[in-house]
Design a protein around this ligand. Structure first.
Ligand SMILES: [Zn+2]
Length: 166
């Protein structure tokens, strides 16, 4: 079994957006009126009405790459505690229907291993299988219909030093 490492939007990236008041495409960060279905990419749960949330454009890549897409994600504008346990999949966002988009270590899209998880099925066995394949460095979990980015998953490190720099 492969240990998983769940990666939300990094706190420093989110903090920079909120400080600058601009997202990765330069859009102003504005309040979103929460309906109660919005998946939050900072703490990986569904938003509740009344929470301070924004819809921002986010680029979930560190390296320059033609595959490094920018897309809309919901985040807390303030008061986010982050994601508590990166070794576990988020309870509210761990089942299909989802698209699992696979990437090689250089950030290039790995077309051959892209997988659709059917409605109601748990993502964990799909993620473990994909991350055990030789060409797959990371998986982007995305919404099925809209294909919006939800979170990234990598294989966990054997000897985690616990420094939190993911
Ligand atoms: Zn949050």
């Amino acid at each position: 079994m492969t240990d998983l490492q769940v990666i939300p939007i990094p706190a420093e990236r989110l903090g920079a957006m909120m400080r600058d008041g601009r997202d990765d495409l330069g859009n102003p960060v504005e309040a979103w009126s929460v309906h109660g279905w919005e998946p939050l990419r900072c703490c990986l749960r569904v938003a509740e009405p009344g929470e301070d949330v924004a819809l921002v454009s986010y680029r979930p890549f560190d390296e320059p790459s033609p595959w490094a897409e920018v897309g809309p994600v919901f985040v807390h504008r303030s008061g986010c505690p982050g994601y508590a346990d990166p070794r576990r999949l988020p309870e509210q966002l761990r089942s299909g229907p989802r698209i699992l988009r696979t990437y090689a270590p250089d950030g290039s899209l790995d077309y051959a291993d892209i997988t659709r998880v059917p409605d109601g099925e748990d993502l964990q066995p799909f993620l473990e299988d994909l991350l055990s394949r030789p060409g797959v460095d990371r998986v982007h979990v995305r919404a099925d219909a809209s294909q919006c980015f939800t979170y990234e998953v990598r294989a966990g490190r054997e000897s985690n030093t616990g420094d939190g720099h993911w």
